[in-house]
Structure formats: C-alpha cells, structure tokens
Write a protein that binds this ligand. Sequence first.
Ligand SMILES: [Zn+2]
Ligand SMILES: [Zn+2]
Ligand SMILES: [Zn+2]
Length: 348
Amino acid sequence: MPERARREADFQPELRKNLVTREWVIIAKGRGRRPADFVREGESEVMRVHDDKCPFCPGNEAKTPPEVFAIRDGGRPNSSGWTVRVVPNKFAALRASGSDQVRRVGLHSARDGFGAHEVIIESPDHNKDLWEMELTQIEAVVECYWQRYLAYEARETLQHVLLFRNQGRQAGTSLVHPHSQLIAGPVMPHQLQVELQGGAAYWEYLGRCVYCALIDDEKRSGERVVMETEHFLAVTAFAGKYPFETWILPKRHAIRFPAMNEAEAEDLARVLKDVLGRLAGCLGRPSYNFAIHSAPTAEHNVRAYHWHIEIFPRITTLGGFELGSDIYINVVAPEDAARYLRESDPPS
Ligand SMILES: [Zn+2]
Ligand SMILES: [Zn+2]
Ligand SMILES: [Zn+2]
C-alpha cells in the first residue's frame, strides 16, 4: 500500500476537550506523522555571533529607544557591557501616551492603544536560541521577566501583562537576535478570560485548582510527561491545538508568575533550556512561540488560577476549518509527541 494510503487507513480521529477552557480539538490518532515529517530543509541559516547592522547587538545601543532595565556588569546605561537589556519596542503595538477611556464609534466601542510594549534582549550574542545559551544567561533572562512583571503589577490601569517569545520565521519574528516581548494592556485577553472562567468553574464544582489536579493526573499516568524537575512538570497538552504543544507547569500552586521564588526561578531556567532543546532536536529547530499565562494584575480575588507557560511549535499551517470553526486538528497524538520528546536530545 502506498505510504499516503496507509496513513489514511490508520487515521483515527478523536475529539478531545481541554480540561480548563472546554474547547474541543480533533486529535489525529494513529495517523503516524513523525517528527522528521515536519523538518524544513534549509530553515536554519548559519549566523555570526555579532551583526553590525542589528539594533540589538552590543555597540548599537543608540539604535534602540533608551533602555528601561538592564542587567549589566559594567558600563553606563545605553552602552555595551550588559547581560540582558530591556527597551521599549520601537514599533509598539500599545503606547504609554493616550487615554484609558472607552469611546463610542456608532454601534462600536474603541479606545486608545494605551499600554506598554517592551523588548527583552536576551543576550549580547546575535545567533543563539534561548536553549543554546549558558544556564546563567537563561537565569538572567528569567530574572528579567520577573522584574518586568513586577514593574507592571503595580499599575492599576493596565489589566494584564503578557510575556511571550517568537522564534523563527513561521512564528512571526522580524529580528533574529534572541529576544522576548512584554505587552501590558488595559483589556483582558480572551484566552486568559476563558482560562480564568474554567479554573473558577472547576474550583466551584470540585473544590480545587484545575491545574493542580492536572499535574497530579499527568504524573500518575506519565503518558504525556516530557520531563520533570523538583519544581516543574513539562507535559504535552492532552487536547493541544498544535502538534507538540507543551505546557510547563509549576508544581507549587501560585496564581501569578512573579510569585515564583529564587529556587523556582533557577529551576525554570533549567526547564526552559531542556524542553526547548528537546523540541529543537526533535523537530529540527522549528519556529515556535511561547507565552507565560499569569493571573491578571488588576484582579484581586482570583484563587482558582495557576500560572504556566504554553509552548506552540509552528510546524503546521492553519486552514479554513481552524479559522472558520475555531476547532483545531492536531496531526500528532500528544502521547506520541511526549515519547518523541523524551527520547530526543538538543541538536549538537
Ligand atoms: Zn544582533
Ligand atoms: Zn494550582
Ligand atoms: Zn494558558
């Protein structure tokens, strides 16, 4: 039987429900897509450690807006000598100027694009993905995430802070120099709203945190566990929308990312290095996004939430069914993805 026909015969679709958001996805069990099917040839070009034209490379500090935060061994602000550097995004999606009032536009509502958009330049080296950096460098990045979250937590007018990272062309990166971004805005993202509602509903019916329950269940079955450390568990999502979608869950219940203590922060650096390295090894340095989901800063009585990181490898393209129905088809069973990831090492 030709390969294609064999695969179609094996295709066993299963509908699965996300425990938190209650969204359904279609998981293509038995379809047999292997990691090698997703590797794009010639994707990763060889890059130098320094690029004179790159605004994020040391020596080019004047090409960015003035820094708002940096971890540096020496040098004055906006000069070289930094380990991690944070600057406002020159092409900000949201800006600090403007009003936070909603206004009417006919039937519609609108408001100024009020908020903040920062770039966290993760390393002086131009050519490394996060997992390729020394552990101490990744620890500095995590420290920086933590500091910037805290800086925005106090601002009552900004409902929500999202920290995210785009790696590679399929993930929407415009600059290759390793960086993450922070957007703080006056409105709550839909995704977070749905997760908060799901967490609250679960707590109401079952008297506990849905993510804590998930951690216990995943540890018990082990089927979707990618790796585990003292403070974190990394699993492929049971009803993941994307192939190899991986969640990093802190074992200690905490609603907000900045609640992390020093030992947990150091451990998180190790987990990011390990998990992103496995994805890079398994899928040939795929493009990916990750986002840190944390309870909104402006909500004061949330208890049924549990911060976490969601990683989305961008190895498939969305089609009309996904865009039209919001039901995703995931062509790799999460149990298979976890097994591949457990067996894989970072690229040499
Ligand atoms: Zn650079
Ligand atoms: Zn919890
Ligand atoms: Zn989430």
